[in-house]
Design a protein around this ligand. Structure first.
Ligand code: KIV
Ligand code: ZN
Length: 517
C-alpha cells in the first residue's frame, strides 16, 4: 500500500464547474501558482476541448507553472485527447486524463453504447494518450454505480493499454465510507495488474461524505486523492483538499500516510478561491472557516489558555493562520506596508504596490487601526486582474427615509471620456446600480449580491461581492470600502470591467470564457 498519498487538485476543472465559479485566464494562472506553492502533486488545469478559453488557460499554466504535473481532461474521443495534448505538452510533467462512464445507467441513457463498446473506447483512448505522453490517467465515470466485475475488467484493460493512474470516481456522491473502502479493496484484489498503476479516488459531496469516502479509500489502499480547495465543485462539490490533507496529517497515528502538501499555504489558497469565485466559505467550515479556530464557550477559552491542546487538535499556524496583528496606522510608511504584505504572502508588481499603498493611506486617514484582514481586503480589491474600462471618479448618494434615494455618479473611461448621470432607486445601492447601468449601457443581469463586514466595529470594512451574467458567462466583482455603498459600486464596476474585457477578447477571437458543460 502506498504511504505517500498524491494530491490531485481539480479546483480549476471540477471546481470551476460549480455554478457561478467561472474564473478568467489570469485568475486561473494565479490559482495555479498558489497550488504550486501548496505543493500539490497534480493540477488539473481544465478541460481543453470544452472552450477556447479553457484550452488557453491549460496551455498557459502548462507553460508557466513549475513543480506539479499539469493535467488536461478529455473524453475518450480522439479529438478531445489530441486537444488535451496540445494544451498540456508545454509542461515538464504533462498528464492526459481521459474518462468514460462505466455504469449501466450512463451507458444506456447517456452514451447509448454497449459494455463492449465502452471497453474498446477506453482502451483506444488510453493507447492514443500514451502515444503522446507517459503519464496517462483513466477515470471510470460513475464507478460506484457500476457493475464491479465490469469495472474491474475495464481497469485491467486500461492498465494493459498503458494507464499509470486509474481513477474510481464517486461521480454522484452516492457511496458510504465502508462500502467505498470495500470497493477499493475489491479492485486491488480482483485486478491482476493493479500494482502497475496508482489507484485514485474522486468523490463528490452529495451526501456530505466526500472527505470521509476519500479517507476510507486511502485506508483501503488508494494512492491518489482528487480534491478541490474549499470543496468547490459540481453540485454539492468535491472532497475538500484542506480537510483530506489535515485529516491525514492530524490522524497520522491512524492512517500512517503522508502527503507532500505545504499545509501553511492552505489558508491563503482558501482565501484566494473565495475571492476569485465569490463562493464565500461558511464560518463553521472545517479547517478554513472563520470559526474553525475560535473558542466561544468560557470553559473552552479557559482550557485553551492553560493548554491549547485541551480543545484544539490542530495548530492554527499549521494551515498558515497567523494571529491577526494590529499592524499599521496612518503614520506607517511604505516600507512597513510593503514588508507586512510580503509576510502575508503577497508578491505584487510596483504598480500594484503603488495603487495599494495610496489606497491604504486614504483608509488610514479615516480608520485608526488597520488589521491584517483589512490589508487582505485592500489587496483583493485593488489588484484587479483586468484593465479598468470604467473608473469610478466620484459619487454622491442622497438617502432620506421617506424620499427617493438618489445617486449622482461620474465615471471616467480608459479613452478619456467623462460620463455623468443621476438616477433613483428603491435603496441607495439600487440607485447607484441603476445609474451605473445608464452610464455604461451594457446589457447584463445581476445574479448575486452579498455584503459582509471584514473586521468588527462600525468602522469595519464592508466587503461586497457581486455576480453578473452575460449570456451564461458569469463575472464576479469585489469591492471593499469603509462605506458599503461605495464598496457596492466598486464591486459592480469591477464585474462590468471584466465583462467588457472578456467580451472584447471573445470578439477578437481570443480566449473567451467556457461555454458551460
Ligand atoms: O466526477 C467525475 O466522475 C469526474 C470525472 C471526469 C473524473 O469529474
Ligand atoms: Zn467530478
Amino acid at each position: 500500500m502506498p504511504t505517500r498519498i498524491k494530491i490531485f487538485d481539480t479546483t480549476l476543472r471540477d471546481g470551476e464547474q460549480s455554478p457561478g465559479a467561472s474564473m478568467n485566464i489570469e485568475e486561473k494562472l494565479e490559482v495555479a501558482k498558489q497550488l504550486a506553492r501548496l505543493k500539490v502533486d497534480v493540477i488539473e488545469a481544465g478541460f481543453p476541448i470544452s472552450s477556447p478559453g479553457d484550452f488557453e488557460a491549460v496551455k498557459l499554466i502548462a507553460q508557466q507553472v513549475k513543480g506539479p504535473a499539469i493535467a488536461g481532461l478529455c473524453r475518450a474521443v480522439n479529438e478531445d485527447i489530441d486537444r488535451a495534448w496540445e494544451a498540456v505538452k508545454y509542461s515538464k510533467k504533462p498528464r492526459i486524463h481521459t474518462f468514460i462512464a462505466t455504469s449501466d445507467i450512463h451507458l444506456e441513457r447517456k452514451l447509448k453504447k454497449t459494455r463492449e463498446e465502452v471497453l474498446d473506447a477506453a482502451i483506444a483512448a488510453v493507447k492514443r494518450a500514451k502515444g503522446y505522453c507517459e503519464d496517462v490517467e483513466f477515470s471510470a465515470e460513475d464507478a460506484t454505480r457500476s457493475d464491479v466485475d465490469y469495472l474491474c475488467q475495464v481497469i485491467e484493460a486500461v492498465i494493459d493499454a498503458g494507464a499509470t493512474t486509474v481513477n474510481i470516481p464517486d461521480t454522484v456522491g452516492y457511496a458510504i465510507p465502508e462500502e467505498f473502502g470495500k470497493l477499493i479493496r475489491t479492485v486491488r484484489k480482483k485486478v491482476p495488474n493493479i500494482r502497475k498503476a496508482t489507484i485514485s479516488v474522486h468523490c463528490h459531496n452529495d451526501l456530505g461524505l466526500a472527505v470521509a469516502n476519500s479517507l476510507a479509500a486511502v485506508q483501503a489502499g488508494a494512492g491518489q486523492v482528487e480534491c478541490t480547495i474549499n470543496g468547490i465543485g459540481e453540485r454539492a462539490g468535491n472532497a475538500a483538499l484542506e480537510e483530506v490533507v489535515m485529516g491525514l496529517a492530524t490522524r497520522k497515528d491512524l492512517f500512517g500516510k503522508t502527503t507532500g502538501i505545504n499545509t501553511r499555504e492552505i489558508h491563503r489558497a482558501s482565501r484566494q478561491i473565495a475571492d476569485v469565485t465569490g463562493l464565500v466559505v461558511q464560518a463553521n467550515k472545517a479547517i478554513v472557516g472563520a470559526n474553525a479556530f475560535a473558542h466561544e464557550a468560557g470553559i473552552h477559552q479557559h482550557g485553551v489558555l492553560q493548554d491549547r491542546r485541551t480543545y484544539e487538535i490542530m495548530d492554527a499556524e499549521s494551515i498558515g493562520l497567523t494571529e491577526s496583528k494590529l499592524v499599521l496606522g496612518k503614520h506607517s510608511g511604505r516600507h512597513a506596508f510593503e514588508s507586512r504584505l510580503r509576510e502575508l504572502g503577497y508578491h505584487c508588481s510596483k504598480e500594484e504596490l503603488n495603487r495599494a499603498f495610496a489606497r491604504f493611506k486614504e483608509i488610514a486617514d479615516k480608520k485608526k487601526e488597520i488589521w491584517d484582514e483589512d490589508l487582505e481586503a485592500i489587496m483583493s480589491d485593488e489588484v484587479s486582474t483586468v484593465p479598468e474600462k470604467f473608473h469610478l471618479q466620484c459619487m454622491n448618494v442622497f438617502l432620506s427615509l421617506d424620499g427617493m434615494p438618489t445617486a449622482t455618479i461620474k465615471l471616467t473611461t480608459d479613452d478619456g471620456l467623462e460620463l455623468v448621470d443621476a438616477g433613483i432607486g428603491i435603496g441607495a445601492v439600487d440607485a447607484v446600480y441603476k445609474t451605473i447601468d445608464k452610464l455604461v449601457d451594457i446589457p447584463h443581469e445581476l445574479i448575486d449580491y452579498t455584503v459582509k463586514a471584514v473586521t468588527g466595529g462600525t468602522d469595519a470594512f464592508g466587503d461586497v461581492v457581486v455576480k453578473l451574467s452575460d449570456n451564461g458567462n458569469i463575472y464576479t466583482g469585489r469591492g471593499t470600502s469603509l462605506d458599503i455603498v461605495e464598496a457596492s459600486a466598486k464591486a459592480y464596476l469591477q464585474a462590468i470591467n471584466k465583462l467588457v474585457y472578456y467580451r472584447e477578447r471573445r470578439l477578437r477571437g481570443g480566449t473567451g470564457e467556457k461555454a458551460r458543460l
